[in-house]
Design a binder for this molecule. Structure first.
Ligand code: ADP
Length: 477
């Protein structure tokens, strides 16, 4: 089974969120099952070393305004195909946003180019290698099925939705510059309320659609979660499936993690306290005797962190503390920095993106707060489970699928791993925090939650098999 993944991020090379973690981990998990995956990725500046070490396998005289080539290289165990198009991807800063925080003015060209080259490779542009199935990830790769259709190719495609909030919707005039056929503009293809939607195009034309948890797959068909594409999802429900994300167990392993001061296992859980002390020190927090909650997140309303600001006084009143690592919405960044000043010693906030610190937070915190209004899968609760950090989560999407609420029945039967709450309101969040604090006070119950979480299978094994069976079904057709 030969697979081409087309994506805009891949950890550890370039990452803005969970998409990168998934693209960095699934190929290895699929390789363990005998599949060969190549990942087509833009050659951003962060990939300069890999680009220099690779071999040119394709040259295009012109690709949306400049010359381009594809360079093959294997790095960190991943077979990368780097799309080297300096006029589109060789620029500083965020891969999607310019220095003012606005989308790059030519994002439609940049990611149409990625999709176009993905389709070229699928139809045999590389000598000696072509995929059996193409898996396009998120809107940045969503024009692959369209370009394949244009090329008259029947190479099967899977469109994977990592977050339907990001759709790649552009003004209709955009279409004229993308070299697309008229049918792309049809209402049952890419037209979206008078504009053109990359993601809708992919969802309408792909042979299969997958998303990153079963609960999110169901939610996507409802107006509350479909973000305007719920009708499309209902039309295509027969080809839609939800496969929960796993995590890279080599990177996120409390027994070997080089980024934390003290490694530990479920048997040596007491050693976690060394990390907790280090985390408190890093955030300038005193030891209150209460639980230390953490947040590692983009700061957006999706993540419900505006609600957490509202309930901070109640959290502190319970004797609990908060350490937050995040960046994103400027208003929220200021609000958390301000909260840390006002509640110094009880609340700490580091505004920024810091991969190593995110490991210390998972290793040191007692619990992690994830009050998301929607969460396609969520990875931070999976890391938390593995590090004996109890997840306190909104009951939505992948959070609902991966955390078992420690209600009375779950405690009696010994199967709880965290705290879930619904509806997703500030009040319910406050009550969930209170419940977590009460559980924390019962050391026997708390360590039961931690140990069960640590034993939960959060790797890729089961999900890699599910993806493989999806791909095999298409290949056999
Ligand atoms: P999303 O993809 O919606 O941002 P996920 O939970 O699926 O949410 O994945 C987020 C990923 O980004 C996780 O690996 C998390 O550890 C990481 N992350 C988010 N914010 C930060 C930050 N400020 N510093 C370091 N890592 C972060």
């Amino acid at each position: 089974m030969k697979l081409l993944f087309v994506a805009s991020e891949c950890a550890p090379f370039i990452k803005t969120g969970g998409l990168a973690d998934v693209i960095g981990a699934v190929p290895k998990a699929l390789a363990a099952e005998g599949a060969q995956v190549r990942v087509l990725l833009p050659a951003y500046p962060a990939l300069a070393d890999q680009l220099a070490a690779g071999t040119e396998v394709l040259r295009l005289d012109t690709l949306f305004g400049g010359p381009a080539r594809v360079v093959a290289v294997t790095a960190k165990g991943i077979d990368l195909l780097l799309l080297d198009a300096p006029h589109l991807f060789d620029r500083p800063g965020n891969i999607y946003l310019d220095s003012s925080g606005a989308d790059w003015h030519d994002n439609h060209h940049r990611f149409a180019a990625l999709s176009f080259v993905g389709a070229q490779i699928a139809t045999g542009a590389l000598s000696g290698w072509a995929p059996d199935v193409v898996n396009a990830h998120d809107w940045q790769a969503a024009l692959v099925p369209l370009y394949l259709r244009v090329a008259g190719s029947d190479v099967p495609t899977v469109m994977t939705i990592h977050n339907i909030a990001f759709q790649g919707v552009f003004p209709s005039a955009t279409l004229a510059t993308l070299d697309l056929p008229d049918f792309a503009w049809r209402q049952d293809v890419g037209e979206f309320w008078g504009k053109f939607s990359f993601l809708k195009c992919g969802l309408m034309l792909a042979d299969r659609i997958s998303t990153v948890s079963p609960t999110y797959a169901g939610e996507l068909m409802s107006p509350d979660f479909g973000m305007g594409l719920d009708g499309v999802m209902r039309v295509r429900r027969d080809v839609l499936s939800g496969i929960v994300n796993g995590i890279d167990l080599d990177v996120w392993n409390p027994e070997t993690d080089p980024a934390i001061p003290q490694t530990f296992t479920s048997r040596t859980l007491r050693k976690k306290a060394v990390n907790t002390a280090a985390l408190r020190e890093r955030f300038g927090l005193e030891d209150s005797g209460g639980p230390l909650f953490c947040v590692v997140s983009r700061l957006t309303t999706q993540k419900g962190l505006d609600m957490l600001l509202e309930v901070l006084p109640a959290l502190i009143e319970q004797g609990a503390q908060l350490a937050l690592l995040g960046s994103g919405d400027k208003g929220m960044e200021h609000a958390y920095a301000d909260a840390a000043r006002r509640h110094a010693g009880q609340v700490g906030a580091i505004i920024g993106y810091d991969e190593d610190l995110s490991h210390l937070m998972q290793a040191g915190a007692d619990a992690i707060l994830i009050p998301s209004r929607f969460e396609p899968c969520g990875l931070t609760q999976l890391y938390a489970l593995r590090y004996g950090t109890v997840p306190v989560v909104a009951r939505t999407g992948g959070l609902a699928d991966t955390v078992v609420d420690a209600n009375l029945a779950a405690i009696d039967t010994g199967c709880g791993t965290g705290v879930q709450f619904t509806p997703v309101t500030a009040l319910a969040l406050e009550q969930a925090i209170a419940r977590a604090c009460a559980l924390f006070g019962r050391k026997d119950l708390w360590s039961g939650l931690q140990k069960r979480g640590m034993k939960q299978p959060v790797g890729w094994n089961a999900s890699a098999l599910a993806y493989l069976s999806l791909f095999k079904g298409l290949k056999n057709n």
